[in-house]
Design a protein. Structure first.
Length: 278
């Protein structure tokens, strides 16, 4: 059985990034719920949160439903700090976020953008990309490293007009932040601030659901992805799902169940990469 993953074990082998890399923002903006083309959104506090929504204050069971005529509107906690809130498209979806919210409009369509801390974003991505129940810590931690690296490196080129990222596969899936003490939260905490780099340059790490037995070769964003054999997918006859570059999520889960730790998993799928402190 592999040793328990600790932050100390990660940091023992990390190298500091250059001063230019350290200027990278520690928060990111996400255009959320865009695929649902909302024309009406309800905003409400989560748990004991107190929301400042424009000139209104929302707490308890109070909610505010807005349409394009009420935009732009910003939502935060007191003193403009991040806050936990619920966004709901009535009758369609209800989702919790933690951060700062701004809703603008494009005609009748609403464009909600949530700006959140980097580690909140990583947890929200990991919990969306992998099963939250039954996935070993090694696989969750590898996914956290890949997600954080993608955010860190790709933010230099915003992918949307109103936000740096979206919550779909065009960027990365993003859902509700993990609960305190959950396996996802533990994986994020264990890898906090750590990224994957090649020749001291953070890579926008790609990954896919299943590689079908081997990953692909491709040079993207100054990193050479090299084909590796994925024994778990070969043994199980798993069909490819996704582009096949970088981390194979199905393979990582299977390897972690046999005792592989996060360092071993990322070394397999990201050949030549190092784990560095951002």
């Amino acid at each position: 059985m592999a040793a328990e993953i600790t932050r100390r074990s990660f940091l023992a082998g990390t190298v500091a990034l250059s001063s230019s890399e350290l200027t990278r923002s520690a928060s990111y903006s996400f255009w959320v719920l865009g695929l649902l083309h909302p024309t009406s959104i309800a905003i409400s506090p989560y748990a004991n949160s107190r929301l400042h929504a424009g000139s209104r204050v929302l707490e308890g069971a109070r909610a505010l439903t807005i349409d394009a005529s009420q935009t732009p509107i910003s939502v935060s906690g007191a003193m403009n700090e991040p806050v936990s809130f619920i966004l709901e498209i009535p009758g369609v979806i209800r989702r919790r976020y933690h951060g700062l919210l701004k809703i603008t409009s494009d005609g009748a369509l609403l464009r909600p953008v949530v700006t959140m801390d980097r580690e909140v974003a990583v947890g929200s991505i990991v919990g969306a990309e992998l099963p939250v129940h039954g996935t070993p810590l090694g696989a969750l931690s590898a996914q956290a490293l890949a997600a954080r690296s993608f955010l860190y490196a790709a933010v230099a080129r915003p992918r949307h007009r109103s936000a740096q990222f979206c919550d779909t596969t065009h960027c990365q899936f993003l859902r509700t932040p993990p609960s305190i003490g959950s396996p996802v939260a533990k994986a994020v905490q264990a890898t906090e601030g750590l990224v994957l780099s090649s020749h001291s340059i953070v890579i926008p790490a790609h990954y896919s659901a299943a590689c079908g037995g081997h990953t692909d070769n491709a040079e993207l964003d100054h990193y050479q992805y090299r084909s590796v054999t994925c024994e778990p997918c070969q043994r199980a006859g798993t069909r490819r799902r996704g582009h096949g570059l970088g981390l194979c999520q199905a393979g990582a889960i299977s390897l972690a169940r046999t005792g592989w730790n996060v360092e071993q998993i990322v070394a397999k799928y990201y050949l030549g990469c190092a784990i560095q402190s951002a």
